[in-house]
Structure formats: structure tokens, C-alpha cells
Write a protein that binds this ligand. Sequence first.
Ligand code: UGA
Length: 442
Amino acid sequence: MRIAVAGTGYVGLITGVCLAEMGHHVVCTDIREEKIQLLKTGRSPIFEPGLEPMLKQNLSNGRLDFTANPKTAYKDADIIYIAVGTPENEDGTANLDYIHAAAYTIGVSIEKDVIVCTKSTVPVGTNEKIKEIIQSVNPPPLQAEVVSNPEFLREGSGIIDFFNGDRIVIGTESREAAAIMEKIYLPLKIPIMKTDTRSAEMIKYASNAYLATKISFINEIAEICEKVGANIEEVAYGIGQDKRIGPHFLQTGIGYGGSCFPKDTKALVQIAGNVKHKFELLESVIKVNNRQQALAVLKAKEIVGSLKGKRVALLGLAFKPDTDDTREAASLAIVKALLEEDANIIAFDPAAIPNARKVFGNTIEFTMDINLAIEDADIAIIATEWDHIKHFPLERYTERMKSAIIIDGRNCYSLQDISKHPITYFSIGRPAIIDQPKRIKN
Ligand code: UGA
């Protein structure tokens, strides 16, 4: 199949590269020329394990190409994937400007019948609008069938998820288009669900909203655990054993971030609002998450009082490990709150410093060495559960920090390990360890 992909962001690039890996001829296009130039040299603009070697391999075998000229990409394509961004508007709704622009460009570019397959997360009814736009500039007899094919890739494991997903959703009113899309995905041996367009669009939002709900639920239980003297790790394990609940997405912490959950939960509240439904459960999920992101600094203030002039080591900037993405990361909320308290911040992250620097410039210090981050620090706050942090020798905290106080927003360490060291330790939903003698560095 000849496939074109509109948008070389996280979703578009992984989709394009993986489809080429499956043997298709893929041309990816993007409005950002500099990105296309970089991709043509085999370099990935995003940090994603396994992506760059696969990109290079498929460029060199001629199955993958990049162009800044959408017409070149679209005119011979059998299938055009739309994978452009749907950023958040100020009121929480999804901004569809890029989607509509892509539909228009497809309309003016195609010269034969085509399937337009939307990967971007879009509100219910958007695929119908895409078809309308294409037809308005390119009326029948040319046929453009639309398919909603939401993606369920996670950043940091996008390639693995593409080839090993739990399901593939194909939403369309066209039987022919559904059959062609099914053929594309059959070699993956992943269960395929065929449905109508609107249900497919809804499946994506409902999936992310449900996962976010699981996280806020466990975070709220964690808060209660702290107050009643229970341990959230035990509780999460105990409830996760029930097959109806399952063990996944029950990891407590300082809230979910990233480019998907925060945006999609707000958009779904708006989608519901548009049909006069107040989505109270999801509103609470969002509220709990905002509260959760504020937790680390509140705890820090409780422990050391004023943070003015205190040296705070912030360990982790990415919204989760194995990505350089800091969008909506808990670390951003933490830095903002710490700056309001006039704290001096030194942040460690093995991958996300360039992105965080774009937000904070020189208002905070950055280092890729945890040892330097904690040197002479009054307090350390863990915001991302990187392996670098999880496997960091605990004695270093006592050797290097002014006072070994850790607020662990991701429960990286076992209470048993911590209790072998003179560390004051606060985590989420577990008893605090405050009775250890604190080592004060001279
Ligand atoms: C999420 C979904 O998992 C994907 O299925 C979906 O395709 C994607 O959004 C999307 O819509 O594009 P992603 O944002 O990459 O993927 O990251 P996740 O691994 O789901 O984590 C999201 C956030 O939830 C992170 O901040 C993570 O720390 C947090 N989280 C996750 C928890 O706090 N606890 C958990 O148990 C799991």
C-alpha cells in the first residue's frame, strides 16, 4: 500500500515508521520544514526507544520518505493518515485547526480515491467534518472515505505498543474502507474491532478518561491510607489481584501528566457539556490530579517550614520515565510552586532538561548528575521514577545533602531500604519515616 502520514509528531512518526517496517511505502509530511530535513537525515526529533534505528533502516531500504510538500505525499496515496496535533484551547476544548487544515490540503491534493484515516484524538463527529471539508473542495466522483483509527501508544514504549497493542479500533461507515484497514493490520495479530466512526472516536476519549480515573482513584485512596496508617502499596496490590480490577494503573504518585490524559480528560468534560451532560466523575478526577501535583511542595513546607532560600533538589522533570517530554508534568507544577516560595532549585533529569529549559530558562539550575543535584541540598523531591533515581545508592543522600530529607512523589524506594539509612522520608500513601537521626552536613 502507498501510505501518506500528515504530521510527524509522536503519533505520526511512530505510525509512519512502523507501517514502513511492516513493508508499506510511507511518505510522512509536516508543516515544519526543519523537522522534515532532520528526519531525512535519519535523526528523530523525539526521544523514543528503538525509533531512530528503525527510521534509519526504512529510509535506507527506500520504504520511508519525508517531504514538506503535502501534495507530493498525498497525490498517489491509497491511505492518508491524519496524525496532526489537537492542542487544548483555553476553555479545555480540543483545537481542531490543524485537523481542518490537513483535511483541506488533502482535498486539494488528491487525484484518486483514498481512505483518510484519523489517528489524532478528535471529538465525536470530527471525522464527518473531515469528509465534509474534503468533499467541499474535491466533490464526487472522487471518493474519500474516512476512518477513525485511534492510537493507544504510550510515550516511551510506542514501538512496542504499535506491534503488541491490546486492540485495534477501526471506525467507519464504509465496509470497503474497513476491509482495507483490516488488511493493513492483520499481520500484527492484534484483535481488531470494527465499529462506527462516532463510537471509535469515543473509545479513545473513554479509554484515557478511564485510565486517568484509575490513577486519581488510587491517589485518593493513598491519601486516606496515610491518614489511617495503611500502606498504599499493599492496598494497591490487594485490590489489583481482583481480575475485575486488574493490577495496572494503580501506581500512586504526584499525579498524571503528559500530552494526553490532562488534555483528553478536559476535552471529554467539554464534549459531555456540549450535549448538556455534566461529567461530574471526570471533573473530580481532574480536580484530584491538580491537588496531587501540588502535594510535594505542600509536604516540603510542612517539614521544613519556609522554603525561602532553601536548596531544593528536584529529581526528575519528565512526566514519566523513558521520555524527554515535560508537557503537563508534575515537575512543572512543583517548580512553579517552589519559585513562588523563593526556593533555589537544582533539577536533575537524564533526558528532559532541554524541554524544561524552554519553560524555565535560567530561573533554575539543571544537571544530568544526581550527585550534583543533591550536593548540599536541604531537601530532595522526586518527581519522576527514572531508573537512575530508583537505583541511586541511598547512602549518597546522607553523604551529600545538607540534611537528608526526601519527599518521594513516586514511591521509588522501599520503606525497608530507607529505614537502614539516617534519612527522613515522605512518600505517597505510606507511613513517613521521620524518627531517624538526620545527618547534618557541616
Ligand atoms: C497515555 C495512554 O496510556 C495511551 O494508551 C494513549 O495512547 C496515550 O496516553 C495517548 O492518548 O496518546 P502516555 O501519556 O504516553 O499514554 O503515558 P502513560 O504511561 O499512560 O502515563 C500517563 C501519566 O500517568 C504519567 O504521568 C504517569 O506517571 C501517570 N501514571 C500512570 C500514574 O500516575 N500511575 C499509573 O499507575 C500509571
